[in-house]
Design a protein around this ligand. Structure first.
Ligand SMILES: [Zn+2]
Length: 244
């Protein structure tokens, strides 16, 4: 199913989440990367087993992103955008006290990668992560509340600009996911939320891929400034969690 036209492209008893205890976490740095004995940073924890594959949903996300029968595709995209925004906002709300001006002076999402915020007069500025994320979430909330952009009454039409608007929202939400994985995965592990967070992100990626809301360049980043979660996307494609 294409949203924008042609596409180019039970265990016997519940297991506890394999979250490390405080002893294990003492071998991680503040960015949630595992370190070797010399202290050199190796793979980030979100790319390491078992955390990378910890999920609430086992198997592939193909079924849950499929357009239900008799549902308009635009309505389906709109309601899913609303859900992704709401759930991500809740996750960020839990870790917000760790995402401060001091801890996160830039909107970091990988080695050498700091996202810039585009102002209304098209200037690119460096913001701290909490300021950047507050701006993202407020601007998306404003769009969601706008009846012209996200009509809630039956029979009301979506604007022709709706596809461009939702692609923009998707790009910004991806950046928030990327920052949380890069800078706050340790907190996610402390809360034993990694199966929830991974499942939300995998669902987000699967949906974005299916309806062409994702820009591959945004997930992978530049060769000199790769997006950390780009490797997670690759891993999940290799393991069959996401469609290749
Ligand atoms: Zn942060």
């Amino acid at each position: 199913m294409s949203f924008f036209g042609n596409k180019n492209r039970a265990p016997s008893r519940p297991k506890r989440s394999p979250t490390p205890n405080s002893g294990t976490l003492s071998r991680t740095n503040s960015r949630g990367s595992a370190s070797n004995e010399e202290g050199a940073i190796s793979k980030p924890l979100y790319l390491c087993s078992p955390f990378a594959d910890s999920a609430l949903v086992k198997g592939n996300f193909k079924t849950i992103v499929m357009l239900p029968k008799y549902v308009d595709i635009t309505e389906w995209v709109a309601v899913n955008i609303f859900d992704f925004y709401t759930h991500l906002n809740e996750f960020y709300g839990v870790i917000t006290e760790c995402c401060t001006q001091q801890a996160c002076p830039t909107m970091s999402a990988g080695t050498n990668l700091n996202y810039l915020w585009t102002t209304q007069d098209r200037k690119q500025v460096l913001l701290s992560a909490p300021t950047y994320i507050d701006s993202v979430m407020s601007s998306i909330q404003t769009l969601l509340d706008d009846e012209n952009v996200f009509p809630s009454k039956s029979g009301q039409q979506f604007l022709p600009t709706f596809p461009a608007t939702v692609k923009h929202i998707y790009r910004q939400l991806l950046r928030v996911f990327a920052h949380i994985y890069h800078a706050h995965y340790t907190e996610v592990l402390h809360l034993r939320s990694e199966p929830h967070f991974n499942s939300l992100f995998a669902h987000f990626l699967a949906f974005g891929w299916k309806y062409e809301l994702l820009d591959v360049k945004e997930i992978k980043g530049d060769i000199n400034a790769p997006v950390g979660v780009g490797l997670l996307w690759e891993r999940w494609k290799n393991t069959g969690i996401l469609e290749a």
